[in-house]
Design a protein around this ligand. Structure first.
Ligand SMILES: Nc1ncnc2c1ncn2[C@@H]1O[C@H](COP(=O)(O)OP(=O)(O)OP(=O)(O)O)[C@@H](O)[C@H]1O
Ligand SMILES: O=C(O)[C@@H](O)C(=O)CO
Length: 426
């Protein structure tokens, strides 16, 4: 039998976030890093496969190509429904990539309609009258307006998505969602008759997502943040479970690599610094000037790794990031920092780090690729949307790794994450 759900995630932290919600809803999930090579289509012991791409901020045509390759692979595995996962803050630019990728997937699947909802209430992302809220404020008033790669300055998702696609975009509002799956299906039929191809769906609670999940049973394609995963597995009779969340026992040294510049990560770094634990700041301007920052960071790690977790970070305030971008260019600065942190992560693993926290989606993509990781097993949840994972390293050892989305986790995330592994071991 093939897999039930085939998922395409546009970044690596987002992929583990989705896999985490599917596992908690009772599915057995395999997460792959990139599209598995041709010939790897043997039956899998999994109900869902999440393919992690790094396609959120690349040119739209490249994102479409990668997503279509992922789709072809998932279909060859028998996937009954496709889930395109993007960020709960709808990270994109007027050029995409959410609209173009969605359209290409619709064309390839021969479907004329899909839904779009980034809602993830457990992490404070809610959609009301088509407007996305982050906690108590509109998306455009949240820290996302300063995002280095995808600044979000419009909270009206119907217009944000409309700017990225040639299809008509509609809305399924909260009153319809509150009336249940039948009402949502009736609204979908009406929108379809009006020639609407994509509908933003309101959701302010997990109950809304459960109703929506039931309503979209049988749609070839759904597009969403990870929240919809709360409501979908029940369509195949899966029941919430914690059984799938056990990992092998963790060992080795501990480190944190943070290239996220989000508000939540800034708080986490600050809290870590205030606790007096060892931390090394990676300065992009020194890297650009040709200094051996990787070597210096690893010498710092050598001096401290035996005493507990070491933090290596480029995390800075929006003002500082803007200054760096002004000197180096936004994309160039991003790439430079990602590659620097990836090389630091490689050096840490060479030094025996086997428990690694990585903060930031783009950063996680660069780190996981540099470490040669091809798949992840999903373990226990540290914070909503962030599980520990286990990955086989090319040399045969197991690395415990968590990929933290920029805005997820409480201020003490960097310390509570390791405490959870200690608890699991006891
Ligand atoms: N000090 C810095 N100056 C300029 N750019 C930076 C700096 N630190 C990190 N960056 C870049 O900013 C980008 C941050 O993106 P990343 O996805 O890793 O984190 P995030 O956006 O906070 O998290 P998420 O995407 O999970 O919400 C990366 O490209 C990173 O290399
Ligand atoms: O949906 C989210 O917010 C996260 O999974 C994510 O994609 C951040 O990069």
């Amino acid at each position: 039998m093939g897999i039930r759900l085939g998922c395409i995630a546009d970044d690596f932290t987002g992929a583990t976030d989705l896999a985490n919600n599917l596992v908690r809803a009772g599915m057995r999930v395999v997460q792959t890093i990139g599209v598995p090579p041709a010939g790897a289509e043997q039956p899998m012991d999994a109900d869902a496969v999440v393919i992690a791409l790094k396609s959120r901020t690349i040119p739209a045509t490249d994102a479409v190509d990668a997503s279509l390759r992922a789709l072809a692979w998932l279909r060859s595995m028998g996937a009954e429904q496709i889930y395109f996962k993007y960020c709960s803050t709808f990270d994109s630019t007027p050029a995409g990539n959410i609209g173009p990728v969605t359209e290409a997937l619709m064309d390839a699947l021969g479907t004329d309609f899909t839904i779009a909802t980034p809602a993830f209430p457990d992490n404070g992302r809610t959609v009301f009258k088509g407007h996305l809220f982050v906690g108590d404020v509109l998306l455009s008033d949240s820290g996302m307006r300063h995002h280095p790669l995808t600044p979000m300055t419009d909270s009206n998702l119907v217009s944000v998505l409309g700017a990225q696609t040639t299809r008509a975009v509609g809305l399924i509002d909260h009153r319809v969602v509150a009336d249940g799956a039948e009402a949502i299906r009736a609204r979908i039929d009406a929108l379809r008759e009006d020639g609407v191809g994509m509908a933003v769906v309101d959701a302010v609670s997990n109950d809304d997502l459960v109703r929506l999940g039931a309503a979209v049973q049988g749609l070839p394609l759904v597009t969403a943040g990870s929240g919809l995963a709360i409501g979908l597995p029940a369509n195949w009779d899966f029941k919430p479970s914690s059984a799938a969340a056990r990992l092998p026992q963790a060992g080795g040294r501990r480190a944190i690599v943070s290239g996220s510049v989000s508000v939540a990560t800034n708080r986490q770094v600050l809290q870590y610094l205030r606790s007096g634990r060892p931390a090394y700041s990676v300065d992009p301007l020194r890297v650009a000037a040709g200094e051996d920052v990787v070597g210096q960071a690893l010498s710092f790690a050598d001096a401290h790794l035996d005493d507990g977790p070491v933090l290596l970070y480029s995390t800075e305030s929006p003002d500082m990031v803007r200054t760096v971008q002004g000197r180096l260019g936004a994309a160039e600065a991003g790439e430079l920092v990602e590659q620097t942190l990836a090389r630091i992560a490689e050096g840490l693993v060479e030094r025996g780090v086997r428990q690694l926290v990585v903060a930031g989606g783009e950063t996680s993509g660069a780190v996981v690729q540099a470490l040669g990781i091809t798949g992840l097993r999903i373990g226990p949840q540290i914070a909503p949307g962030v599980p520990w994972c286990a990955a086989p390293l090319p040399g045969g050892d197991t690395l415990h790794i968590t990929l933290k989305s920029g805005n997820f986790g409480g201020p003490d995330f960097f310390t509570t994450s390791f405490a959870l592994l200690d608890e699991e071991a006891s």
